[in-house]
Design a protein around this ligand. Structure first.
Ligand SMILES: [Fe+2]
Length: 209
């Protein structure tokens, strides 16, 4: 019997990507699609990391449409869960949550170039509609290794040794990750729109009386 005992493994500098799935999301997604369509008709949108496509104003958390309000509640719930995961003793009562959010609509060939979301804590995305696309990689999201100054040999099957992580989202999925984590979205290889709601979140300490 070995006398070598593993005492602890500390996940140093790791980047938690949390993957949520909303049950029975069809009705909410239909509502969000309708709200996005109305807004798109009313606004030319913004130009950010979107290559083609439409990017709404950053006011998702100020909207009063029913679908937007419902999704906002789910996002706040996810923020609390992700924060509890990395900081079990985090005192939510001592902080307010600041957030911005926006709708992305990517038509055929639309993509998001590599970027991160500086000055925030959590970033995330809710998938309203994800077309299949003709190519396997269509509409995938890819995350880059944050350790840009090192190259290690990989260990097959071990995500922490890989230089990137690619996943295929589906409608009803919500991703949340640290805002520093660079990512991009592969081109939409479909005639159907890829529609998402993206958001950034940070905490602001409440004023003590
Ligand atoms: Fe992003």
């Amino acid at each position: 019997m070995s006398n070598l005992n593993l005492k602890a493994v500390q996940p140093l500098f790791y980047s938690p990507l949390s993957i949520f799935e909303l049950e029975d999301a069809e009705a909410l997604n239909a509502q969000l699609l309708a709200e996005a369509s109305v807004r798109r008709d009313a606004s030319p949108g913004l130009s950010r990391s979107n290559w083609a496509g439409w990017h709404s104003e950053d006011d998702f958390f100020e909207r009063t449409e029913p679908g937007s309000l419902a999704l906002r509640n789910h996002i706040v719930q996810a923020v609390r869960a992700c924060t509890k995961n990395v900081s079990p003793n985090f005192d939510f009562s001592a902080y307010g949550i600041q957030a911005e959010g926006w709708i992305n609509v990517l038509g055929r060939g639309g993509l998001n170039t590599p970027h991160d979301h500086p000055a925030w804590v959590w970033s995330g995305c809710y998938y309203v509609s994800v077309p299949e696309g003709d190519k396997e990689l269509s509409g995938n999201i890819e995350f880059f290794d944050t350790r840009t100054n090192v190259r290690t040999l990989t260990v097959d099957g071990a995500a922490c040794f890989a230089s990137k992580f690619v996943m295929k989202p589906k409608a009803g999925m919500l991703l949340m990750f640290p805002s520093y984590l660079r990512h991009w979205v592969y081109p939409n290889d479909s005639d159907e729109d890829r529609v998402t709601v993206a958001f950034n979140v940070r905490f602001v300490r409440s004023v003590q009386s």
